[in-house]
Design a protein around this ligand. Structure first.
Ligand code: ASP
Length: 403
């Protein structure tokens, strides 16, 4: 087993899981505990990992000016790739028209625009936690990230003695968390096997689903492929000046984990490990950009949100004007930022878009059946985009080390 690289082991586990789930689905309880254990272990380390990683990253960045510049650059970069993803989705959904002809004869129920504005404003306000321990216990990522950045920033403003102590302390905690991550990663093939068996045994008949929803799924997957196989590699090549294929090989383990867990947050420990060890991105950059990316940068989700909303509009026979399509683009972006890095988070966020353009909320029911499958693909693209972002930012800062 030693010579057999981990990503091949995971791929094999994925295939075996599909076989087991399809043919022995009734016996899934014999193996699905492996997936459960693996996910629990990953979730166990996420919060201490994010905390220590961001604090050690921010103390490494140093001055307020540097932090502000890096923060702004990272956020602008993430927003740009998400918008590119949405536009790609919009293009394909207008080209293929997957929902046209599937008129459901339901009446429109125009909902109030206020809901969206309020909940988005509230989301922003909620970034500042009232109780940091509550934020930890509820895994409220944006609040945890916010608190960690502030904490790291103020460490740099303390006196020599405290600064050295705290910096060394959080660097050391981070090192321990990475060691635990490496240990958990070794079990990834078993975890992935268990998760896939469970998913397959739970899902409805894929052929029936694919027949009725085929065109819609095709549109989402086609868009995701164009974004991840053309747009992002071009950015990685020409802005990040890295070889996209080599980069892909360096991050296969997190990508396969993202595919099977459908959670960018759960994958985060593996993403950090791969980007640092295999891509040579400095800890300073990866520990800042990746936790942020796993939370707000979801290109796959953004694209999916846009296609799904347009599909629902088409299925209800509602023609969206240009202005409404612009609203779809903007709200899809907000929805992708707001979606948590957990399975099916994106599905819930679609209601934001439907509300904003006055589409029937029950439309979500239309796409529910195939959401879990599409979630696997979009989460993979989310993580792929985070890794590309980390190298692009690292390159622009001269922070790619030799591997
Ligand atoms: N599952 C996705 C993620 O973790 C979020 C989504 O549902 O789109 O990245």
């Amino acid at each position: 087993m030693k010579k057999f690289p981990l990503h091949w082991q995971i791929l094999l586990a994925l295939l075996l899981g599909i076989l087991y789930g399809s043919f022995l689905g009734d016996y899934s309880e014999y193996v699905d505990w492996m997936g459960d254990l693996f996910l629990r272990a990953l979730k166990m380390i996420i919060i201490p990992l994010i905390l220590s990683s961001i604090i050690s990253g921010v103390t490494g960045i140093g001055t307020a000016e540097n932090l502000g510049r890096l923060g702004l650059k990272t956020i602008l970069y993430y927003l740009s790739t998400s918008i590119l993803a949405i536009v790609t989705g919009l293009f394909f959904v207008n080209l293929i028209h997957p929902g046209v002809g599937a008129d459901l004869g339901l009446t429109r129920d125009v909902t109030d625009l206020g809901i969206m504005r309020q909940s988005f404003g509230q989301t922003l306000i909620n970034i500042i936690p009232t109780n940091i321990f509550e934020a930890f216990s509820q895994a409220n990522m944006l609040s945890i990230i916010f608190f960690s950045i502030i904490f790291g920033f103020f460490i740099n403003l303390t006196g020599e003695k405290s600064r050295t102590f705290l910096t060394t302390f959080f660097d050391a905690v981070f090192e321990v968390m990475m060691k635990i991550t490496m240990f958990i990663i070794r079990f990834a093939p078993f975890g992935v096997f268990g998760i896939i068996v469970y998913q397959i045994s739970q899902s409805e008949n894929i052929t029936t689903l694919a027949q009725s929803m085929g065109l819609y799924m095709l549109t989402v997957i086609l868009g995701l492929m164009v974004h991840s196989l053309i747009t992002l590699p071009l950015i990685a090549r020409f802005i990040g000046r890295i070889h996209p294929w080599r980069h892909f090989k360096a991050v296969t383990t997190p990508l396969l984990t993202a595919f099977s867990t459908s959670s960018s947050s759960a994958t985060l420990p593996l993403t950090i490990q791969a980007v640092e060890t295999n891509c040579g991105v400095s800890n300073k950059i990866s520990s800042f950009t990746l936790p942020l990316g796993a939370t707000i940068n979801m290109d796959g989700t953004a694209l999916y949100e846009c296609v799904a909303a347009m599909f629902i509009a088409q299925a209800y026979g509602i023609e969206l004007s240009f202005v409404q399509q612009v609203i779809v683009v903007i709200t899809a972006l907000l929805a992708s930022i707001g979606a948590a890095g957990i399975p099916m988070a994106g599905l819930v966020m679609i209601t934001i878009i439907l509300t904003a353009v006055g589409l029937p909320l029950e439309g979500v029911g239309l796409i529910l059946a195939v959401d879990r499958i599409l979630d696997m693909f979009r989460t993979t693209v989310n993580v792929w985009s985070d890794t590309c972002g980390a190298v692009v930012i690292a390159r622009s800062e001269g922070e790619i080390l030799k591997v």
